[in-house]
Design a protein around this ligand. Structure first.
Ligand code: ZN
Length: 886
């Protein structure tokens, strides 16, 4: 019943927001679950919204079969208008009336994984953003909040566990081997937070007493056989509950809190009230199957979804343009949670660096490309396309800047006021910033709120231009800060932002000048900061902790960067100095007319050696410093991008680092490789990460010197590994160095983990992401498409093979013969036919095509045009390719 529109898809505009004409007080849903045909009886109490002029009731519905409509128990006339059910003759006045709608749907055929679907024999729902309309006709918008009671009926043998939001109030047997369960949610909610699950599941349970004395039952539901992988998720949930109470005074407001894992999920996880549904990737872990990265991902996603219970669920979004109200804030909260869990200052900095790396390698390109949009967008064709790094990660930075401007305690006060004002409401990003400012009337945020809010309305990554001048006579150092922001689609000129710039000065020996550290708030296009009593030209450490999501432009000398790298008290800027030095070498080599075999200079190599040897630095930090900037990040610095050239230069740098530091890599491996029993804490995971990098470097060096010792050791480590982190990093070292031993290791890995879906994902991803040597990756990827374990319809598996190749392996994807792009266009179209959301994400792989050098540019454009030429594309893919070609 989806109406496909040809040509330009209609856009939804933020300025067109109008309050709903009807309100829903309560919803009583009854499901007769059957994979082929599920029957849904929806009884609602509605009333006219007194604040809105009388108009017909329009309910959204998609791919539903409508059987009956009753108003106050009587048959009623209705019409269908596109995807809407329209009721014109409804009772006048503001009295509530009952509307009963009976529909059926076909969960087994639901390949979009939106609405009610079946995954491995179990029913799941996904309603955000607009999936509830695929379950029943409804006012499917977040500002309509209702009370829900839900009855589930199903065959008891096939579906022994029946779950929905809230509290279980009744259950029992029915005829014909069926049974039922009735759930009542004590909290009002928008329909995007509705959920049900029915199937054969088992659960890990934990009873807890909160700080305030409340008793709660926590459950993590998984398939039988996966219970041994739920401990970390449960621990993360308990830690999240304790953290939100301690840091923000926000308690768990439910008697029962459930997490359910599914293998088939478009995203990471979903915060349905009291019944979070998770991608298995973010629940299941044990040392044998999950890496440190997986463990960290689980902690942060469990935290993220739990924190939504307040930021998103208790206070929700008025409309989907406000998505960052809940997502930016909740990412900020999960990042803070992970930092607090990490403990030491060094471990906090490591987490910060990792988060900034994501922002700069994914969000900055988005903000400079055809899909660029403000944190609060003004329009969209398909809301599913706006679950982006801009809404999430840049949105989190915008919240973090507010915290910086009002201080940590001030921010906690602001959160308190936000909930006092808006608990139970659907609100806007303005309401949030206003509450933070109002709770801190004397703050810089309160003084400059309208200007600060440009972070919500203006897209693009601002440039922070800094320059310093030292006056020896006056013993004065003057730092001039300026800002500009490049034009983005639909926004040619930008106004000045409010940019908190944390900074400090070091002397030439790297000692911090007393009292030089401060946070300057830049709100003009240009401002100066004066430091007196400065004995010699200092080294400025600017944008400490990455205090704003901007590009800092300062003409550092190499010597200054080496000083910062060696001495800055701010760990983020130490790391950043190393990145800048490496980036310089990379850009010089990429732009040089002749091939450069040794792009790194001696000073850089010496500095890296010093870091590697430094006794006082944590292994995790060393690993970050010794990891070169990624190819996409390097590409972003250039106006004309030759992906092959960048790849070749970065590989040359890696090889140089491998050779020049050989003995230090041996040392680093020896000192870090043995960690005893697996524990995913920051110290031991950092040691594993550094040992893994060392092994990779040693195998890379062996590629050239032909010495088989280190590949042999890597194979042995792969075989003997006591945990997945060590195993997969040893395997990666073999595959990444093109070792002859890689094939047998891959085969063995597959045999060892045949039944482990998430591990097989790693197996596919490793092969699709391997360095291309002679164009061998694409044929290999194509071959893997027909591997018996490859399932295109499973999003995790599709991502592990296809996205790993198209999005994460530029050196293999950008081929001069355009075969990578052809492959991409075929997969986009193939996936779009059954799962538009996943297809649209893949479609974004060529976002930056217009910067490519020839022959890539022309071929990429042609591939996008090929996709765009298909007449019956989804709205999702159509929006992405239309914007790419605009
Ligand atoms: Zn979220």
């Amino acid at each position: 019943m989806t109406s496909l529109r040809e040509g330009n898809t209609p856009v939804v505009k933020r300025e067109d927001y109008a309050a709903p004409a009807f309100l829903v007080d309560s919803v009583d849903l009854c499901f007769d679950l059957d994979p082929a045909k599920t029957r849904v009886l929806n009884k609602m109490w509605l009333r006219r919204n007194p604040a809105v002029a009388a108009q017909p009731l329009r309910l959204d519905g998609e791919e539903l079969n409508l059987a009956r409509v009753l108003v106050n128990g009587e048959g009623s006339s209705f019409k269908l208008d596109g995807n809407q059910l329209v009721l014109e003759k409804l009772p006048e006045g503001d009295q509530p009336f009952e509307l009963e709608i009976f529909t059926t749907c076909a969960p087994a055929k639901n390949s979009k994984l939106m609405g009610l679907y079946v995954s491995q024999g179990t029913f799941f729902t996904q309603c955000e953003a607009e999936g509830f309309r695929r379950i029943t006709y409804f006012l499917d918008r977040p500002d309509v909040m209702a009370s829900y009671s839900v009855t589930l009926r199903a065959d008891k043998a096939a579906y022994p566990v029946l779950l929905s939001n809230g509290n279980l109030v009744e259950q029992g047997e029915l005829d014909d081997g069926r049974h039922f369960a009735k759930w009542v949610d004590p909290h009002k909610k928008p329909c995007y937070l509705f959920a049900l699950v029915a199937g054969q599941l088992v659960s890990r349970e934990q009873r807890i007493t909160s700080r305030s004395g409340g008793q709660h039952l926590l459950q993590v539901y998984v398939r039988p056989g996966d219970l041994d992988k739920t401990e970390h998720a449960m621990n993360s949930l308990m830690a999240s509950i304790a953290w939100d109470e301690a840091r923000f005074g926000l308690p768990l407001d439910l008697e029962r809190f459930m997490i359910v894992a599914t293998s088939d999920f478009n995203m990471g996880a979903m915060e349905n009230k009291g019944l979070n549904i998770f991608n298995t990737k973010y629940v299941l872990a044990n040392p044998a199957t999950a890496t440190d990265t997986d463990y960290a991902g689980i902690e942060s996603v469990v935290g993220h979804e739990y924190f939504h219970n307040w930021t998103g669920n208790r206070v929700t979004c008025r409309d989907w343009f406000q998505l960052s109200l809940k997502e930016g804030l909740t990412v900020f909260r999960d990042q803070e949670f992970s930092m607090d869990m990490a403990g030491s200052a060094s471990a906090r900095a490591v987490k910060r660096i990792e988060d900034v790396r994501v922002l700069r390698s994914a969000q900055f390109p988005e903000d400079a490309g055809p899909m660029s949009h403000p944190v609060r967008p003004d329009q969209y064709a398909e809301i599913n396309n706006f679950y982006t790094v801009t809404i999430y990660e840049k949105g989190a930075e915008v919240v973090r800047m507010q915290q910086t401007l009002v201080g940590r305690e001030g921010f906690a006060r602001g959160m308190k006021l936000y909930f006092e004002r808006h608990d139970g409401q659907a609100v806007t990003c303005d309401d949030f910033a206003q509450a933070i400012a109002d709770a801190n009337p004397d703050s810089e945020l309160a003084r400059q709120l309208p200007q600060f809010k440009r972070w919500y309305s203006q897209a693009g990554t601002p440039r922070l231009h800094a320059s310093g001048s030292y006056d020896a006579q006056m013993r004065r150092y003057t730092l001039t800060l300026g800002q500009s922001c490049p034009a983005t689609a639909g926004q040619p000129a930008k106004e000045a932002f409010v940019i908190p710039v944390a900074l400090g000065l070091l002397d030439a020996q790297g000692r911090e000048l007393p009292d030089s550290a401060r946070t300057v708030v830049l709100s003009e296009t240009s401002q100066t900061v004066v430091f007196d009593d400065v004995d010699a030209e200092p080294v400025p450490s600017i944008l400490r902790g990455f205090s704003a999501p901007v590009v800092l432009e300062f003409d550092y000398s190499d010597a200054q960067l080496l000083t910062l790298l060696a001495h800055d008290s701010d760990a983020f800027n130490r790391w950043e100095a190393g990145q800048r030095l490496a980036l310089r070498c990379a850009l010089a080599a990429v732009q040089s007319p002749a091939a450069v075999h040794q792009p790194l200079d001696a000073a850089y190599l010496d500095a890296m050696r010093a870091i590697l040897r430094a006794p006082g630095l944590d292994s995790a930090f060393k690993e970050l410093v010794l990891t070169l900037p990624g190819e996409t990040y390097i590409a972003e610095q250039l106006d004309l991008v030759d992906p092959q050239r960048i790849h070749a230069v970065r590989e040359a740098m890696r090889e140089q680092l491998a050779h020049a530091l050989h003995d230090d890599w041996v040392q680093a491996f020896e000192a870090n490789h043995d960690n005893g029993a697996f524990r995913p804490d920051p110290v031991s995971s950092g040691r594993r990460a550094l040992a893994g990098l060392a092994l990779t470097m040693l195998c890379l060096a062996a590629r050239e010197n032909g010495n088989p010792v280190w590949p042999g050791k890597a194979l042995q480590r792969f075989k003997d590994a006591g945990n997945m982190t060590d195993r997969v990093s040893a395997l990666g070292a073999l595959v990444g160095s093109g070792s002859a031993l890689a094939a047998q290791a891959l085969e063995r890995f597959h045999a060892l983990f045949k039944g482990e879906e998430l591990v097989l994902d790693k197996w596919f991803a490793l092969q699709a992401g391997a360095p291309d040597r002679g164009g061998n990756i694409l044929p290999q990827v194509k071959q893997l498409l027909s591997h018996p374990d490859f399932h295109l319809r499973n999003p995790n598996r599709a991502r592990s093979l296809i996205f790993s190749y198209c999005n994460a392996n530029p050196g293999a994807f950008h081929r001069a013969d355009a075969a990578g792009y052809l492959f991409w266009s075929e997969r986009v179209l193939e996936i779009d036919a059954f799962n538009p959301q996943v297809a649209a994400r893949l479609a974004r792989a060529l976002d930056r095509w217009s910067k490519l050098a020839e022959p890539y540019r022309h071929a990429a454009r042609e591939a996008i045009a090929r996709v765009a030429a298909k007449p019956d594309l989804s709205n999702d893919v159509r929006e992405v390719v239309t914007r790419a070609l605009a």
